[in-house]
Design a protein around this ligand. Structure first.
Ligand code: NAP
Length: 496
């Protein structure tokens, strides 16, 4: 066994106080990617103490200087992109071009947030009184606890750490137990960039113990979480009770509408990428196809034909188009939903089985799966599957299609394929999701815009983007009134 991946606390790589470790494995073949320390509440406490001490100095570093350090992180990540992309594929399973894309997203975010260091603007507005001025400025929240999932093991940590740091906060991150080494290697880029001690801290371990100890720690002022609704809602209740800033990005039940005037070849390409890209394990994955009855049969035939040819296997092989699921529990959940779909009376039009022989015997593979004859109220059409399962729902027109899109508890991403500009405008206006795509699938967000959903998909400020997005979570407004009249002036009272 090679190096043990340790916690990063106060600028040092430390063993955990438990003395225990766990193994991170490749979901395509069970190979051990590495060994990682299993932390305790004491380790969390140590990390929060370091972050608290560092916060006092870090908030006083001018934001453009903070940006210069983050720019260095971008350059380091760009230099290491190939190595990190391969690690993402080995530890998480997504195919190599997507592993590289995961790292590219972090590079993009680092360049973008480096620039924000010179743009952290507030407002200057006129006072109603003479010889007085007023302005609002962004100030850091303090120490942030960050809890991240496995499906974007470099990108999502970057979405949280980089805006938190540019705004002058210090951070403690607890990454997913399924992808701890990606997070560890990502944090090394901050170490190499010379980020001061204690500004970035990493604690590895289980969500129930380490994650919960982190978010409820009295020294943590703000929490940003991405993951399941079950955990997000629990943490929201805990943090609300403790008066912490809180934001969560959670699940989705994203849909593509295919209208009768759509470019069907383009729509099929989009449905394939949205439904089976990342093995359907994106919060924005396309899990429902809402198809106009006039083109339904032709579209299904084209889509099934293309999906049946997808090559499933180890994401490091150039021929592979779809990788494994993340772990045994995820595979079990996907197979269970396939069973539920059959029991509910949907038609299994493609796939439905696990792939567990030959060189896929030690991985978590499920065939690309398509259900037709799905009705909007079936569990299959309502609940998040988080795997390569796409449900086709037939509709008679745009109004019905939009009703179906909106008829779930989630509101993350949706899209419409149409060549009619009026129909696309109605969809843009009436679909109730945080993200709407026109003639593109439900996945593919860009980092310079706010990311997140309505209703059950998210709580609190959006991620990514600048104003209206991440900067709003990671900074607080302070308003400053300066009176240089030399006299007591009373707002609202001194009118003449
Ligand atoms: P998860 O089980 O909620 O885990 C997410 C993170 O929370 C992991 O680091 C996990 O640690 C930790 N955690 C678990 N229980 C915790 C607790 N009681 N207190 C504090 N932390 C805890 O979700 P997942 O299975 O990793 O990810 C899949 C889900 O995430 C899907 O539902 C998907 O839709 C959602 N997701 C949403 C977005 C988005 O931006 N909207 C993006 C990606 C994923 P362990 O790994 O140690 O359990």
């Amino acid at each position: 066994m090679g190096e043990v991946h340790r916690n990063f606390i106060n600028g040092e790589w430390l063993d955990s106080s438990s003395g225990k470790t766990f193994k991170s494995r490749n979901p395509a073949n069970g190979d051990v990617v590495g060994e990682v320390v299993m932390s305790t509440k004491d380790d969390v406490d140590r990390a929060v103490t370091a972050a608290t001490a560092a916060a006092e100095k870090w908030r006083l570093v001018p934001a453009p200087r903070r940006g210069e350090m983050i720019y260095k992180v971008a350059e380091i990540l760009a230099r290491r992109k190939d190595e990190l992309g391969r690690l993402v594929t080995r530890e998480m399973g997504k195919v190599l071009p997507e592993g590289l894309g995961d790292v590219q997203e972090a590079i993009d975010m680092a360049y973008y947030m480096a620039g924000e260091g010179r743009r952290l603007s507030g407002e200057t507005v006129p006072s109603e009184l003479p010889n007085k001025d007023c302005k609002s400025v962004r100030v850091p929240v303090g120490v942030f606890g960050l809890v991240t999932p496995w499906n974007f093991p470099v990108a999502i940590p970057s979405w949280k750490m980089l805006p938190a740091l540019i705004c002058g906060n210090t951070v403690v991150i607890k990454p997913s137990s399924d992808t701890p080494i990606c997070a560890s290697e990502f944090v090394k880029a901050f170490e190499e960039a010379g980020i001061p001690k204690g500004v970035v801290n990493l604690v590895q371990g289980s969500g129930g113990e380490v994650g919960e100890a982190l978010v409820t720690h009295p020294g943590v002022h703000g929490v940003s979480f991405t993951g399941s609704c079950r955990v997000g809602e629990r943490l929201h209740a805990l943090c609300g009770g403790l008066g912490k800033e809180f934001a969560a990005e959670m699940g989705g039940k994203n849909a593509i509408i295919v209208m009768d005037d759509a470019d069907l070849d383009l729509a099929v390409e989009g449905a394939l990428w949205g439904g089976f890209g990342t093995t359907g394990q994106r919060c924005t994955a396309t899990s429902r196809l809402i198809v106009h009855e006039k083109i339904h049969d032709r579209f299904v035939e084209m889509f099934r034909d293309r999906a049946s040819k997808l090559v499933v296997g180890d994401g490091l092989l150039a021929k592979t188009q779809m990788g494994p699921l993340i772990n045994a529990a995820a595979k079990g959940k996907v197979l269970q939903y396939i069973e539920i779909g059959c029991e509910e009376g949907a038609t299994l039009a493609l796939g439905g089985k696990e792939l567990d022989s030959g060189d896929r015997a030690n991985g978590y593979f499920v065939e690309p799966t398509i259900f037709t004859g799905v009705t909007p109220q079936m569990r299959l059409a309502q609940e998040e599957v988080f795997g390569p399962v796409v449900s086709v729902i037939k509709v008679s027109g745009l109004e019905e299609a939009i009703r179906v899109v909106n008829g779930v508890k989630y509101g993350l991403s949706a899209s419409i394929y149409t060549r009619d500009v009026n129909k696309s405008a109605v969809a843009e206006r009436d679909i109730d999701t945080g993200i709407v795509y026109i003639n593109a699938p439900t996945i593919g967000a860009e980092i310079q815009l706010p990311f997140g959903g309505t209703r059950g998909s998210g709580i609190g400020s959006r991620e990514a983007g600048g104003r209206g997005g991440a900067l709003d979570l990671y900074s607080k407004w302070k308003v400053i009134y300066r009176d240089f009249s030399g006299a007591l002036q009373k707002a609202q009272i001194d009118k003449d």
